[in-house]
Unconditional design. Structure first.
Lengths: 122, 191
């Protein structure tokens, strides 16, 4: 049973980690489109999958956030990934099962998963 | 949209973009299959002229495109089940969107993943205070960001993946305990 007590333990753990966290300049940003188009196409489980995977792998230099409509409604769910010093990459037609591959290949190993990018569909 | 919770996710986001400091999301289910979803915020509110045409798909505040489908689709879904959508709003005070759904109606989508929906709304706007309560004849699922922040303090954000995971799991357990089985839709009178 999940409890508020457990949250206290998480807080203690996270405070300890925060000291070693990278500064903002090194943060990789994952931004998922969550407007009507994205939500209807399945962005919620994709967003959840990114958060779950980042948490599972304990990636401290990744921030996952939500945005509105990026203007690629027909290719939703869409996610943009910003790695400092690298070009922005836009992934399209995402499903939760594609997310672990993107996290492992792109966020950890810095290899773009070209099969899932917008370019593969355009 | 295949779930009511997805409509809710979409419509509730309007409250956050309206600059609300507090958002309340209240679900109440009764024994007769009626579900009332109330989304109340203290955002900037809407002028009467805008409010009058807010469920028109060609009404939107965004400037990039002339279409806004969140509220029109929400209203359509409510009315298809025999329910309704009411919006009250006042500039500078806030907006309350109340939708009623008959869950036993054939055209009523399942409620879907409320835990994920609420956890994502909070994760996406960690500075806004959210109160969520889902009451059914069997029980209540509840989460208040003010309560969470008392425990977490200033320096651990509700946007952190670890906190998201906790909120999702916490709410999933509560939702499972409160969940009401909706009897199969009645076909009488139709077809």
């Amino acid at each position: 049973m999940k409890s508020l007590e457990e949250l206290k333990a998480i807080r203690a753990k996270m405070k300890a980690q925060m000291e070693v966290r990278d500064n903002d300049e090194n943060t990789i940003r994952v931004v998922v489109g969550m407007a009507t188009c994205g939500i209807a196409a399945g962005a919620r489980p994709v967003m959840t999958a990114f958060l779950d995977e980042v948490e599972r792998r304990g990636l401290k230099n990744v921030s996952v956030s939500q945005t509105g409509c990026i203007g690629l409604c027909r290719l939703e769910p869409v996610a943009e990934i910003f790695v400092p010093g690298e070009e922005k990459v836009t992934y399209a037609k995402l499903t939760p099962d594609k997310v672990p591959t993107i996290v492992e290949q792109h966020l950890v190993n810095h290899n773009v998963v070209t099969d899932y990018t917008v370019g593969a569909y355009e | 949209m295949k779930e009511l919770s997805l409509h809710l996710l979409d419509v509730a986001k309007n409250s956050f973009t309206a600059g609300a400091r507090h958002v309340e999301i209240i679900l109440e289910e009764d024994d007769a299959g009626w579900l009332t979803i109330t989304i109340r915020d203290d955002g900037r509110g809407m002028a009467p002229e805008f409010l009058a045409r807010v469920t028109d798909p060609f009404t939107t505040t965004r400037t990039t495109r002339k279409v806004g489908l969140g509220l029109p689709l929400y209203r359509l879904t409510a009315e298809q089940t025999g329910g309704s959508l009411d919006i009250e709003s006042e500039v500078g005070v806030g907006t309350t969107v109340t939708a009623r759904f008959q869950r036993r109606h054939l055209d009523c989508p399942p409620l879907g993943d409320m835990a994920g929906t609420i956890a994502l709304l909070i994760q996406g706007s960690p500075d806004v205070e959210v109160l969520y309560r889902h009451t059914t004849p069997r029980g209540t699922a509840e989460l208040s960001t003010e309560e969470l922040k008392e425990i977490l303090g200033e320096d651990v954000s509700l946007a952190e993946p670890e906190i998201f995971a906790w909120m999702q799991d916490y709410l999933t357990e509560q939702e499972e305990q409160a969940a009401v089985e909706v009897p199969p839709a009645s076909l009488q009178g139709g077809f």
